[in-house]
Design a protein around this ligand. Structure first.
Ligand code: GLN
Length: 539
């Protein structure tokens, strides 16, 4: 751990200021400066992980290669930095307490009274440092979830305070993100909430080194002076984070404010390397100058909260930018979709994506959407439950097996097209018991999937219990729905596609978890390219 640099990113005034994006943006700049960087997030809630949480509560559950169900901010870290994260990158209060209580039961505390300080805080600190012991990172950015002042975040802040002493001042940095509200009545930006937030941080024994101030309006010199004076920092350490229309512009905005230089200088690190961000700038240029435009419908049941499908929405941006195409997403509630209104609801739609999900609500709408796309030859992309619905639809309407379903929705259905794998049948507890994380998949040549990946073997991430029932595979294939991706070891279908259709593909896995700014996912890119071609009459 010697000489590893730790940056802690804390938040104040209000939640949802974009701590994850700021952390990821700092990561992009430091990585571009030539350092090995990773980011981890500590969440103050009591769930062991967000896997059991309703997407309405917490947005998407992001899955890593090692099968951890994590906070959606890890998705931002991977997409921005083009790195892979793991279970170690996301720790919750629930996990910390669980570890401590297990140790207590094992008798590891030798008769001591187990307390928040030092036992919980020690466990938090061990988890802060764990990632740097296993890997050769030079800089570890740690985002602390929640806000200073929240009761449940207190042990995390206490651990951050102590970390400064463990690590030494030149290896420790605290960046505090706050809000500078604008009062339209008086036409003023106000610094008082930030002053109070920093006071709260000082009460916890932490002096922030850098302030990042989220604002709707530019911070003038007077405001910066005032913030510096009241918050006990240098004026050049007051960083403006102005609202912007794309999260991908934030790294460049932070660069303009010299945030990376301030960070590196405070950590006694060299900034001689030129920041290599040509690719990032090219991405932004394409983002601003699209040559094509597509309307894509996302059919899902949590559409009121777009965060529930964060990685899918971002994957469309990455693929769209690569092809200089603006993707307009139309969020369609599967609950409200019926055979009567689908023509109207999907009018002017160039392509359809049926989203993942759990439980029976909205299933009918998803099946109707798959039928519509199949019959009208509209490009169709089904992800996980989306793929399962496409298979059920095919069984019902092409194979004429009306009583087909997934056993998730109908236990004793006559034709269980989608069913539990044997080893899932005995599982009763919910958390972390699905098929999770990266699995190998063999791709068939002469398929859409092969055209997209140009590889015979891929690894993609899973999060589901149910699988395609192989008893029906031969029948499906003879009637035109083939399995173009298969996991030989488990003997399960991973990709299905339709033969006589411009682009109709479903994946049992979640490709959206592996798309990044610099490496858009091949399936999303291929889906968009084919949809553009079709729209322009080139297919
Ligand atoms: N509910 C389905 C299953 O468990 C699909 C899950 C998903 O879409 N992620 O198999």
């Amino acid at each position: 751990m010697k000489n590893r640099k730790f940056i802690f990113v804390t938040g104040g005034v209000t939640s949802s200021l974009g701590k994850g994006i700021i952390s990821a943006s700092i990561g992009v700049l430091l990585k571009s400066a030539g350092y090995k960087v990773t980011i981890q997030k500590f969440d103050p809630y009591l769930n062991i992980d967000p896997g059991t949480m309703n997407p309405y509560e917490h947005g998407e559950c992001y899955v890593t290669d090692d099968g951890a169900e994590t906070d959606l901010d890890l998705g931002h870290y991977e997409r921005f930095l083009d790195i892979t994260t793991s279970q170690d990158n996301n720790v919750t209060t629930g996990r910390i307490y669980n570890n401590v209580i297990n140790k207590e039961r094992e008798g590891k505390f030798l008769g001591k009274t187990v307390q928040v300080i030092p036992h919980i805080t020690d466990e938090i600190k061990n988890n802060f440092y764990k990632i740097s012991k296993k890997n050769k990172f030079e800089i570890i950015i740690t985002e602390i979830g929640g806000c200073i002042g929240d009761i449940e975040s207190l042990p995390f802040f206490e651990a951050v305070r102590q970390a400064k002493f463990d690590l030494g001042p030149s290896n420790f940095l605290c960046i505090h993100l706050t809000l500078i509200p604008y009062l339209s009545a008086s036409g003023e930006l106000k610094t008082k909430p930030t002053q109070h937030s920093v006071k709260k941080l000082l009460e916890a024994g932490i002096q922030p080194d850098i302030l990042v101030c989220r604002t709707q309006h530019l911070l003038n010199s007077d405001i910066r002076n005032k913030l510096a004076l009241f918050c006990n920092i240098l004026k050049k350490d007051v960083i403006e984070s102005i609202d912007t229309d794309s999260i991908y512009k934030v790294p460049m905005l932070m660069k303009k404010e010299n945030l990376h230089k301030r960070v590196l200088s405070k950590l006694n690190l060299n900034c001689s390397n030129p920041i290599i961000i040509n690719k990032w700038n090219k991405f932004l240029k394409n983002l601003e100058n699209p040559k094509e435009e597509l309307n894509i419908a996302i059919i899902g049941k949590y559409i009121e909260l777009h965060d529930a499908y964060k990685s899918i929405a971002e994957s469309f941006i990455h693929a769209g930018v690569k092809l200089s195409c603006k993707i307009k997403l139309f969020w369609v509630s599967s609950d409200k979709l019926s055979a009567n209104n689908i023509n109207k609801r999907l009018k002017n739609i160039d392509g359809v994506l049926v989203a993942p999900g759990f439980g029976s609500r909205g299933i009918k709408g998803k099946i109707i959407a798959a039928k519509y796309a199949r019959e009208k030859k509209i490009p169709f992309f089904g992800i996980c439950l989306g793929m399962q619905c496409a298979c059920i639809e095919f069984a019902k309407n092409v194979l004429k097996m009306k009583d087909s379903n997934s056993t998730e929705f109908m236990k004793d259905v006559k034709n269980p097209i989608i069913d539990l794998m044997e080893d899932q049948k005995s599982i009763k507890i919910k958390g972390g018991t699905m098929r999770l994380g990266a699995y190998k998949c063999q791709i068939k040549k002469n398929s859409i999937a092969y055209k997209a990946y140009r590889k015979k073997e891929i690894y993609e991430r899973h999060r589901h219990r149910y699988e395609f029932n192989n008893d029906y595979l031969q029948l499906f294939e003879t009637k035109g729905m083939i399995s173009s991706g298969f996991n030989k070891k488990l003997g399960v279908v991973e990709i299905v596609e339709l033969k006589n259709h411009p682009w109709f593909l479903g994946t049992q896995y979640h490709p959206e978890y592996k798309s990044s700014v610099l490496n858009p996912h091949p399936l999303f890119t291929n889906f968009i390219q084919s949809t553009i071609n079709l729209k322009n009459g080139k297919q």
